[in-house]
Design a protein around this ligand. Structure first.
Ligand SMILES: [Zn+2]
Length: 241
């Protein structure tokens, strides 16, 4: 294979590696966002139950002030007892007190029910808080893992960029310009293998005569269909394209 074609192949391998690593790094915010979802849900659930607790506390306070008002009303009524003249008035007075005391019983019962509900809600709040903490820990661990991966990739990218610069410095500027234009146009692939009269970049058939020329690996030959630069490799380790 011509030296410049070898360099181009090497450059493509380097660029493919760079692209893969960059894609991984670019996807990091998206992955963090995805993994954040259970935490956002857990926080929303916690907020909902906290609002319920606040509403219950408010209701209890209202009931308590009604209770105080009613108790004061009864005390006033009892003080008035000496003003009463007739038995009829006195009976009506007793009836009035009885009604108010019954009301107090009702309010106290309502307060007890509210306290029961509040206790249940408090238990639910601590369960939800536990849930939020667990999710936060999970995310922290995931982010730590991801950060380590990203810094490893950054280091690898630095090395790859140095290698790339070295290869580019050994290429003719016009050949590099062609490569670069094809890289952009070919979705990150400028150099592709031709195998069994097929371009492995676009999977189109290559005319037999052209394929003969490609096999020589002497000239810069572009695929008639996708225009990528074609080269031939006799043997290829398994798993590589
Ligand atoms: Zn092609």
């Amino acid at each position: 294979m011509q030296e410049y074609l070898k360099r181009l192949v090497q450059l493509q391998l380097t660029d493919t590696a760079i692209l893969e690593k960059r894609r991984f790094i670019d996807k990091v915010p998206l992955r963090v966002n995805e993994v954040d979802e259970p935490l956002r849900n857990a926080k929303a659930e916690l907020e909902k139950i906290r609002q319920k607790a606040t509403a219950l506390a408010k209701k209890k306070k209202e009931r308590e002030s009604t209770l105080t008002e009613t108790q004061e009303k009864i005390a006033k009524m009892k003080n008035r007892a000496s003003d009463l003249k007739t038995n009829k008035e006195y009976q009506a007075h007793l009836k009035e007190i009885e009604v108010s005391e019954k009301e107090i019983g009702n309010i106290e019962e309502q307060i007890l029910t509210l306290m029961d509900e509040m206790e249940t809600v408090e238990k639910e709040i601590s369960a939800r808080e536990k849930c939020v903490r667990a999710e936060e820990e999970k995310i922290q661990a995931f982010k730590k893992e991801l950060d380590a991966e990203v810094s490893r990739l950054d280091q690898e990218l630095t090395v790859l960029k140095e290698e790339r610069a070295k290869i580019v410095s050994q290429l003719e500027p016009d050949i590099y310009a062609t490569y670069l234009a094809l890289l952009k146009r070919g979705n990150g692939m400028a150099m592709v293998r031709a195998d069994q009269e097929i371009c492995l970049g676009c999977n189109m058939n290559i005319p037999p005569q052209l394929f003969v020329e490609i096999r020589k690996n002497e000239d810069l030959i572009q695929c008639p269909q996708c225009h990528r630069i074609l080269y031939y490799e006799e043997e290829r380790p398994a798993g590589q394209v």
